[in-house]
Design a binder for this molecule. Structure first.
Ligand SMILES: Cc1ncc(COP(=O)(O)O)c(C=O)c1O
Length: 464
């Protein structure tokens, strides 16, 4: 891939003095999120890797930075004390929290299906909540109309210089932490592009050689497509407006990057990649198991990308050599427990560490014991078990038992199934096909097209 020179050449740019000023205001209002080294990711990627755990930030995401700084500016300049924001979740929590702290009156518009924990947390911060539409773009359209009607200032989640300046403090803090040995590359999740604009501006001004990698979801890839279109010589207007799909990375589900964000970043990004939901699942699992960090889908994008050999190849093409010092931003941790459970189970099944099986037995005492004996011998953990009589083919004296189990290694699961097949012959029960095993994900890190193997194949409360 051709990587055009990526110095600060954009007409629009974030002023470093402003970011320094924002950092003075934000530092006492935020929680520190010290960098975490990730040996597991280092072994896997060949880079030296640090994670910036903004999932541990106040309100559970980096978004508070831009929201707080924006509201601070409005209040200081006496512009208004009445605000409205639209958000899939994290921006709204940031605006709601900052409004409460700064004594402002706040209305938040969210899509009807915004995750319950994000809705509850926003209300707990004292904001009035309006649910509108099926996705972020619907909520945004409503809020944009509502703001002038109600005489409220609309707080953009990304396309606003003061919001972007606030997000830039993340890079400022990062450079303070790595003052002696600055990073060579930073991976940044992208939705509307506000985080990217703030972070890339600060980093490229302070470290012109640094490489910036923008990471999106395949389900909302407008920035990546726009970035590629620009390099392919596509005519303006850019950025593109690209329809989105349901994704576990709901925080970055945006149809079109902000125009200001695009203008600031279009020449600052060295590689631009998108990854599948299955890969994001693996990233969330990786963070839980290897870094003890709980991340939401959007928050896990950068780590998920680093797990993908194809992304690492693109990074090498952009000049990020093995051994480079790489930072992955873990941008948010607002995932509800049920989603987390589903994601973890699905990831285990994808990696064949968890498997589902179904057994048809005589519906009488003791039958389950034979099956459990095999599971025990193979040191498998039962994650879920259900007895069912739903199959039409089932005689009245039979029952189906569906079991989801986990083994430490993939081969143990296969051996277990073989042993169970033997036991089935001896004990006269029937081992049915694995009931709902989707198999390894097509687009996951294990997909054939990848160049090298992936060894790891892997609150609903306000954050107060
Ligand atoms: C957790 C998380 N990460 C990344 C982003 C992307 O930020 P931006 O829209 O500024 O690109 C968001 C946006 O809300 C987010 O919630």
């Amino acid at each position: 891939m051709e990587s055009p020179s990526s110095t600060v050449s954009s007409k629009q740019s974030v002023a470093l003095e402003k970011v320094a000023e924002a950092w003075k205001i934000l530092r006492p209002a935020l929680w520190p999120t010290p960098l975490v080294r990730s040996p597991a990711l280092e072994e896997l990627s060949g880079y030296r890797v640090w994670l910036k755990p903004e999932n541990l930030q106040r309100t559970g995401a980096y978004k508070i930075r831009g929201a707080y700084y924006k509201l601070h500016c409005l209040r200081e300049e006496g512009r208004t004390r009445q605000v409205v924001a639209a958000s899939a979740g994290n921006h709204s929590q940031g605006v709601a929290y900052a409004s409460r702290q700064l004594g402002m009156d706040c209305v938040i518009v969210m899509p009807e299906r915004a995750p319950l924990p994000k809705r509850r947390a926003t209300e707990r911060y004292g904001a009035r909540l309006i649910l509108e539409g099926s996705c972020f773009d619907d909520a945004l359209a409503f809020a944009l109309q509502y703001a002038p009607e109600q005489g409220r200032e609309f707080i953009s989640p990304f396309d606003d210089m003061e919001v972007i300046t606030g997000q830039g403090t993340l890079a400022w803090e990062l450079l303070e932490e790595m003052a002696d040995h600055p990073p060579d590359a930073v991976l940044v999740p992208v939705g509307g592009g506000g985080l990217l604009a703030g972070v890339a501006s600060v980093l490229k001004q302070r470290l012109p050689q640094i490489k910036i990698v923008a990471v999106q979801s395949d389900c909302a890839p407008a920035y990546v497509q726009s970035w590629k279109a620009l390099r392919d010589g596509a005519p303006e207007p850019l950025p593109l407006d690209v329809p989105t799909q349901e994704t576990v990375a709901d925080g970055v589900r945006v149809r079109q990057p902000g125009l200001l964000c695009w203008q600031i970043t279009r020449d600052l990004v060295d590689a631009s990649v998108s990854i599948s939901d299955a890969q994001v699942y693996q990233g969330i699992l990786f963070l839980v198991e290897q870094a003890k960090l709980v991340a939401e889908g959007a928050g896990a994008l950068a780590v998920s990308a680093l797990l993908d050999p194809a992304v690492r190849r693109q990074m090498r093409e952009a000049g990020v050599e093995p051994g480079a010092r790489v930072v992955a931003l873990v941008t948010g941790g607002n995932i509800d427990s049920l989603t987390l459970q589903r994601v973890l189970e699905r990831s285990l099944v994808d990696k064949r560490r968890a498997r589902a099986l179904s057994v048809r037995v005589k519906d009488e005492p003791g039958q389950l014991g034979y099956i459990m004996d095999v599971l025990r011998r193979k040191r498998a953990t039962v994650l879920d078990l259900r007895r069912s009589w739903r199959s039409r083919a089932l005689a009245s004296d039979l029952a189906d038992i569906e079991i989801l189990f986990e083994t430490e290694e993939e081969h143990q699961g296969q051996e277990l199934l073989q042993e169970l097949a033997e036991e089935a012959k001896a004990r006269n029960f029937e081992l049915l096909a694995e009931p709902s095993d989707p198999g390894p994900s097509q687009a996951g890190p294990q997909a054939d097209s990848r160049e090298d193997a992936d060894p790891n194949k892997s609150q609903d409360q306000p954050q107060e």
